[in-house]
Ligand binder design. Structure first.
Ligand code: ADP
Length: 622
């Protein structure tokens, strides 16, 4: 790994980890699921570092038991975006320290050898290149993490936040890993001013000059990929292989938009009268405010910043409070790449300040575009708040994707597809399969195949451990929301085939629910967790109606080998993106974005560049 230059103002991680105050102390309650198992439930009790690393700890809540790899092909090429993955499997099983009867240990979840080529997220290296265990144990991580940025970056300088700092924690352990600058409205206004001044020079650079800077950013991201990915896994919890893929994904947009910027053509318009000539040109919008989520902490930033910079805009990034360190590492790569001062600024802030910081970005007439990725509720609030300044807006909001399996589907495609769509990032993606509709004729075969794949391929644990595919839920708020949704759906009649109960800390087990009805919370809301909800259907007409009976319209997937049906269903689904016999649709070359309450505007593709430019018409009298 290349050793990055360490700037003077970095704050190394604390070497005395503390448990964050964010975490609710364990409170044991007993829940009954439809399987009839009475289960001890401790939502606030996280796995500690030592519990995760030391199977022999005297009274751990869970043991991590190494198991032996076996041969076979899995869906891990999708889940981890790795090449030639060989993993050692571990599985979580309940200890006998419960005060209420514990279920029997889970069956082995040995992860077989995977030999695959990642088609979807670029160039993630093989997990097998790493030693099987703990290359990134805590001590090594701290050494590796030296130079991690924790301050805000405004006008080319790393600065304190006027609001002090806020803690960032590892969701797998609850350990505080850094304190980050808490920016206030005052800091945001300084950043807006800096971006506004920088626009005047950045917009005048030739597209070739801008493209050269973008390519340099890509290079810096890829050079620092391993370190950024490790950081991402620490603060987000996702498996390291996925984090590596995500850094590559972010970098791919810099290459794409460096190329696209040079092809942002205008038009000549044939004139109806001989005395006029008409053309259009594209011009940068100006200052872009970019508010980003925690589930893809660098992917979403990379996708927005690359397009903004390519178009000639400058930007202010407001990263999610759960994952600011990755955003700061990203900006450090921009700094090393020679992005001029003021062109990229980042203003992290605590959850307590997001509303005032968001309002400042919306209200400023100097901000000409707001691009947001996050929940629909927040998106609606930001949208209405931008009315007074009439700025351009791009919204990537929540989804409720249907995943339909028709009778002609090949189950050996549909089941790996469902695994990849559902369990990537522990189900915490807006394009994940939210409602899995399976035709009644193949329902039972699909369910048993999916259950077998889940048992065989999914391994829960800390994202830095080799072979882990399922990390923790990001925070207690999201965890409680998920837990409530499952409990309410079970109470309403859904059947738990697998999982469905708390496993301590923020770890939620991969869960399979059948008998789900369209009116249950699990079908109506965005799940954002590792829960596969299966609904049965009879006819194409019925399933299209059900699939579209939602106010969300981000992604939709279906598996069918009936050519006529493929066309009909692809056209009928009210979503911005359709995967036909394909679970992974997001790539720099294609337009990402939704319909209905899933938002508007496109990211990636040639259309992504247009979001950050104004179309100007010029008429010449001759
Ligand atoms: P989630 O519920 O998954 O955390 P959010 O939509 O709340 O999703 O968060 C996505 C991003 O929006 C984060 O960067 C978060 O800080 C930010 N955010 C949340 N509320 C507001 C708000 N009122 N104004 C501006 N940004 C906000």
């Amino acid at each position: 790994m290349p050793v990055p230059t360490i700037p003077t103002n970095f704050q190394p991680f604390s070497t005395t980890p503390r448990i964050s105050q964010r975490h609710t102390p364990a409170t044991a309650t007993t829940i009954s699921l439809s399987l009839g198992i009475s289960q001890h439930h401790s939502p606030g009790n996280r796995l500690s570092n030592s519990q995760l690393h030391s199977p022999s700890t005297s009274a751990p809540r869970y043991n991590l038991s190494p198991a032996v790899s076996s041969g076979g092909t899995t869906t891990q090429q999708h889940l981890q975006a790795t090449h030639n993955t060989t993993t050692t499997s571990q599985h979580l099983h309940q200890s006998t320290t419960h005060t209420t009867p514990a279920p029997s240990p889970s069956t082995s979840t040995a992860t077989p050898t995977t030999s695959s080529t990642s088609q979807h997220i670029s160039q993630a290296p093989s997990i097998s290149q790493y030693p099987a265990h703990s290359r990134y144990n805590t001590a090594q991580f701290y050494r590796m993490a030296e130079g991690i940025m924790t301050k805000a970056f405004i006008k080319g300088s790393w600065v304190e936040g006027s609001g002090g700092t806020f803690p960032v924690t590892d969701p797998a352990t609850g350990e505080e890993i850094a304190k980050v600058a808490d920016c206030t409205v005052q800091d945001v206004n300084t950043a807006i001013e800096a971006a506004s001044v920088a626009t005047e020079t950045w917009r005048l650079k030739s597209v070739k000059e801008r493209a050269a800077v973008l390519l340099k950013v890509r290079e810096e991201l890829l050079k620092d990929k391993e370190r950024i990915a490790t950081l991402l896994t620490r603060e987000n919890g996702k498996p390291l292989g996925e984090s590596m893929g995500e850094v590559g994904f972010a970098a791919s947009f810099f290459e794409w938009f460096a190329e696209e910027a040079r092809r942002q053509y205008g038009e000549t318009i044939p004139s109806a009268v001989p005395t006029k000539r008409m053309i259009t040109i594209r011009q940068p919008v100006g200052v872009a405010a970019l508010i980003t989520p925690w589930n893809f902490p660098i992917g979403m930033i990379g996708r927005k910043v690359s397009a903004a910079l390519a178009a000639g805009c400058t930007c202010i990034i407001k990263p999610a409070e759960d994952t600011p360190l990755t955003a700061l590492a990203f900006v450090r790569a921009c700094e090393r790449a020679g992005v001029p001062a003021g062109v990229v600024n980042v203003v992290p802030c605590s959850r307590a300040r997001v509303q005032e910081v968001g309002a400042a970005l919306c209200d400023s007439p100097k901000v000409q575009i707001l691009s947001f990725t996050g929940s629909t509720g927040v998106g609606q609030w930001l949208y209405s708040r931008c009315g007074s300044t009439m700025k351009k807006i791009s919204m990537e909001l929540g989804g409720n994707a249907p995943f339909i399996v028709f009778p002609t589907a090949k189950l050996d495609q549909a089941i790996p597809g469902a695994m990849a769509s559902k369990f990537r990032n522990t189900g915490q993606t807006c394009v994940t399969a939210n409602r899995i509709f399976v035709h009644e004729s193949i329902h039972d075969a699909f369910v048993s195949g999916l259950e077998a794949a889940m048992t065989k391929e999914l391994k829960m644990g800390r994202g830095l451990e080799a072979g882990v595919t399922q990390g923790p839920i990001i925070n207690q708020r999201q965890y409680d929301r998920l837990d409530k949704m499952v409990k309410e759906s079970v109470a309403a009649g859904a059947t738990v085939v697998r999982g469905g109960m708390s496993c301590g800390g923020l770890f939620y087990p991969p869960t399979l629910l059948t008998g789900v009805k369209p009116n249950m919370p699990i079908a109506q809301q965005e799940i954002f967790g590792p829960v596969a909800a299966i609904l049965k259907f009879k006819t194409e007409e019925e399933v299209i109606r059900l699939a579209n009976t939602t106010d969300r319209g981000l992604a939709g997937y279906f598996y069918s080998n009936d050519l006529g049906q493929v066309w009909r269903v692809a056209e009928a689904l009210e979503v911005g993106m359709v995967g036909v016999n394909e679970p992974m649709v997001s790539t720099c070359e294609a337009p990402f974005g939704g319909f209905k309450l899933s938002g508007f505007g496109k990211e990636g593709s040639k259309h992504g560049l247009d979001e950050y430019s104004n179309l100007k018409y010029i008429c010449f009298g001759i």
